[in-house]
Each structure stands twice: as structure tokens, then as C-alpha cells.
Design a protein around this ligand. Structure first.
Ligand code: FAD
Length: 409
């Protein structure tokens, strides 16, 4: 099987992702320069590959991670990294689409993932900031559905509160709206730093991580997958995990994933004298939605203005216009706050019809797996993928394993 061509650095994002500037790029990993054998090989060393490797190392398995780019410089460094259990589709809409039981289980799996990410961050020395998440009604006509969402979530054990008036919304959110839904569980992180903290810990446990090593061919005709890199080196493994992010969508049945371009910015330091109440993660009911979080030094991270992805050059050509539009929308809807962007970038993300990830074995190949987080919850979904696939390899069945398979549509 031939894989995607060796990528350009800017295929997944361009502009100036804040995290790369903030952290520098001095985390280096070797290039694969020999043939090797291992128990599990992971294609992709972003946050998904790093979390998969973490759980496999914890389980005592031998792991090799291989990435075409510098590690963490795919979508991971572009992520605004709001960690919300609230899935892009509200619970009541998801229930209509996939049934109440599966929808509630998906929401609970996502909530468990946020809690587990908090624990893992602490263990690997990259603590996440715990934050509530507030979803603001974009219009008066959205209020009824938001109240219904609050009731349904409460009924199924989620810690949420409906905020019924604009006056009360103003007290906790810079984004104004006629009502809001507050979820207590949420977090924010620097996804690039978490990725490297995971790889550091994993390599101490024996994992090997290779950068700038593009896998161009996979042979699964033998019982053990055989990967060949562009430089001609081979990796033989018992199991293979595809954690190649949105470039992996080429391997999925046509129409499984729709790609979107998305835009983000970070404001100048000192934009906020003091953070809004509880520094909550803020988003809204409109789709696509505007979202924001606070960042160190009084900065605001703002994102949205998504549109269908056509190509990296077309996505990038809109960066200046989209940045100006985000600022204008922020200043109109968050008045009297003003914002001057210091960093702006754009990226690509994938979305399935039910806004849920793809975590499954590759068709007719019980030794290869897809770990593909999707949508605005990409990172929490990455952790669910890491747990589900670890359990599959160890011969266990994860309670969420049936929710994210490829045959669910
Ligand atoms: C602007 C933006 C904002 C976002 N905000 C959020 C958010 O607030 N919350 C959230 O949860 N998610 C968010 N996401 C989504 C989240 O960032 C992604 O889901 C996540 O980063 C995906 O990580 P990954 O490791 O799967 O992919 P990547 O980071 O892209 O890593 C995949 C790696 O695989 C490598 N690769 C691919 N093919 C091969 C091959 N053949 N050989 C070797 N290597 C290969 C690539 O080089 C790449 O480095 C956002 C995304 C963007 C772009």
C-alpha cells in the first residue's frame, strides 16, 4: 500500500502558530537510519501518536514512532487545545443521529478522556489547566435548545448549569449572548509541550522516536506489517497504528471525513488586565462557532471562521482576511474588549458526520489500527484512541470500542 507523498511543512498549517514561537523548536529526534523491529509501530508523532505510545509503553510493549516532519509540527502545534468533553454536536442532536444510548456513552467517554488527560499531564510533567467550559447561545432562537441540552445532560449525570439571562452571561464570559450552558469539566493545554513531555517519558521507557522519516509504503501481506521509509529503511512490527492525522484520511473510504480550514490568533500580551471569571473556555451554539480561551501574559486565543478545505494555498491566501474578520467579530461581540493580534495562523481539520473520531482496525487487517481524532475535540479523542487500541492489542475490550468504528454509518 502506497501512502501519502512526503508532505510540505505547511500542508497542515501555515502562518505563525503561537506554540512554536513560545517553545522554540529545539526538541530534536533522530532520523531513522537502519532497519528495525518492534512490537508496535506508530505512524505519526503528534499528540495522537504520543498518547498511543504512552499507553503502550505503560503496558510494557516495545514502541517505535516515526514521523515525516519535525515532531509535533503537524496539526498539533496549530491546536488551540481547548479540552472539552462537550462534543461539537450537542447531546440531543447526537442522540437523534446515533441513538440516545450511544450518544450518552460517547459523551461519557469524552468526559473520562478529559479527566484522564489531566492525570497524564501531571504524570509526565506538563500539567493541564483545569477550566470550566461555557457555551453561549449565539441567538435568542437557540436558547430553548440550549436549555433542553442542559436538562438532558443533567439527566445523564453531567455537571452542567444553565445560565438563563444575558446579565448573568456577562458576569462569566466576554462573549455576550442571551443564555449559556456551563460545564464544570474542561481544561486547556499547550499541545506541543504535552506531546514532547510524553515522548520524553516514553523514550525513557524504551520507545524510539524518529523525525523526518516519511513512511511511503506499507506491506501487510505477511503476518507482520512491514513499513518502508523514503530513505529505504524498513520497520517490521507486530502491530501498526495510523496516527498520521488528517493526511491519513486518504486511506479511509471516500466521504468518511470532510476537511475544513480553520483560523486562529493570539492577541498581544496585556490584552486582559485580568482574566474573565474562572478563565473559562468560551464557545457558542452557532456552527461553525467562534471560540476563545485565555493564555499567559493577559493574552486571548481566539479561533473560528472555518470553511471547507480546498487546498493549502487557498486556505493560506485567506489568512489575513480571516484574521481581520475574527478581530472584528470579537470586538463587536465582546465589547468593550479590544484585541490586537500578535500571532495568526490557519490549519486543517477533519470532521465526520457525527463529529466523532475513527478508532478501528483497518479493514481485513487485524494488526493495523486507525487512531484519528476529529473535529474540535481532536485531542480528547486521541486519548480515547490510545486507550481503545492499547486494549485491542492486549486482547481486552475497551467500553467505548464499539462507538467509533468505521462501519457505524
Ligand atoms: C487551528 C486548530 C485549532 C484546533 N483546536 C483544537 C482544540 O481546541 N481542541 C482539540 O481537541 N483539538 C483542536 N484541534 C484539532 C487537534 O489539533 C488535532 O486533532 C490534533 O492535533 C491531531 O493530532 P495528530 O497527532 O493526530 O495529528 P498531527 O499533529 O498532524 O500529527 C500527525 C503526524 O503524522 C505524520 N505523518 C503523516 N503521514 C505520515 C507518513 N506517511 N509517514 C510518517 N509520518 C506521517 C505527520 O507528519 C504529522 O506530524 C485544532 C486543530 C487546528 C488546526
Amino acid at each position: 500500500m502506497a501512502l501519502n507523498a512526503a508532505p510540505e511543512r505547511t500542508d497542515l498549517h501555515s502562518g505563525t502558530p503561537y506554540w512554536l514561537v513560545r517553545n522554540g523548536t529545539d526538541e530534536t529526534y533522530p532520523v531513522l537510519a537502519t532497519d528495525i523491529e518492534t512490537e508496535v509501530v506508530i505512524i505519526g508523532g503528534g499528540i495522537t501518536g504520543a498518547l498511543c505510545a504512552y499507553h503502550l509503553c505503560e503496558a510494557g510493549l516495545g514502541v517505535v514512532v516515526v514521523d515525516s516532519r519535525a515532531i509535533g509540527t503537524g496539526s498539533t502545534c496549530a491546536s488551540t487545545a481547548l479540552l472539552q468533553y462537550d462534543i461539537d454536536l450537542p447531546l440531543h442532536d447526537l442522540a437523534e443521529l446515533i441513538g440516545l444510548d450511544r450518544a450518552v456513552r460517547s459523551y461519557h467517554a469524552s468526559a473520562d478522556a478529559v479527566r484522564n488527560l489531566l492525570r497524564i499531564g501531571e504524570r509526565v510533567g506538563c500539567e493541564l489547566d483545569q477550566r470550566p467550559s461555557i457555551q453561549v447561545a449565539s441567538k435568542r432562537s437557540h436558547v430553548k435548545a440550549l436549555r433542553r441540552e442542559a436538562d438532558l445532560r443533567k439527566q445523564h449525570g453531567f455537571d452542567v448549569r444553565f445560565i438563563p439571562t444575558e446579565e448573568e452571561v456577562r458576569q462569566c464570559s466576554p462573549l455576550i449572548g442571551p443564555a449559556a450552558l456551563r460545564s464544570e469539566l474542561g481544561a486547556q493545554v499547550d499541545a506541543w509541550r504535552l506531546t514532547h513531555a510524553l515522548h520524553t517519558r516514553n523514550t525513557r521507557s524504551g520507545a524510539q522516536v524518529f523525525a523526518h522519516s516519511h513512511v511511503e509504503h506499507i506491506d501487510t501481506s505477511d503476518t507482520r506489517p512491514l513499513l518502508t521509509t523514503t530513505r529505504g529503511h524498513r520497520i517490521r512490527a507486530q502491530y501498526l497504528i495510523h496516527a498520521g492525522g488528517y493526511e491519513t484520511t486518504d486511506l479511509l473510504p471516500r466521504g468518511t471525513v470532510a476537511l475544513h480550514s480553520t483560523y486562529a490568533l493570539v492577541s498581544e500580551a496585556g490584552t486582559l488586565d485580568q482574566p474573565w471569571l474562572d478563565s473559562a473556555l468560551i464557545w457558542e451554539t452557532a456552527h461553525p462557532y467562534l471560540y476563545m480561551r485565555s493564555a499567559p501574559e493577559g493574552r486571548i486565543i481566539l479561533g473560528g471562521r472555518d470553511e471547507s478545505f480546498r487546498s493549502p494555498p487557498l486556505r493560506d491566501a485567506l489568512l489575513r482576511k480571516k484574521t481581520a474578520a475574527l478581530v472584528k467579530e470579537f470586538e463587536e461581540r465582546c465589547a468593550p474588549l479590544k484585541l490586537v493580534p500578535e500571532f495568526a495562523w490557519c490549519g486543517t481539520f477533519g470532521e465526520t458526520k457525527d463529529a466523532l473520531p475513527i478508532i478501528d482496525q483497518v479493514r481485513d487487517d487485524p494488526r493495523s489500527f486507525f487512531a484519528l481524532g476529529m473535529g474540535g475535540n481532536g485531542i480528547t479523542f486521541s486519548l480515547i484512541a490510545a486507550e481503545v487500541i492499547r486494549d485491542r492489542i492486549l486482547g481486552h475490550v475497551h467500553p467505548a470500542a464499539d462507538l467509533f468504528t468505521l462501519d457505524r454509518w
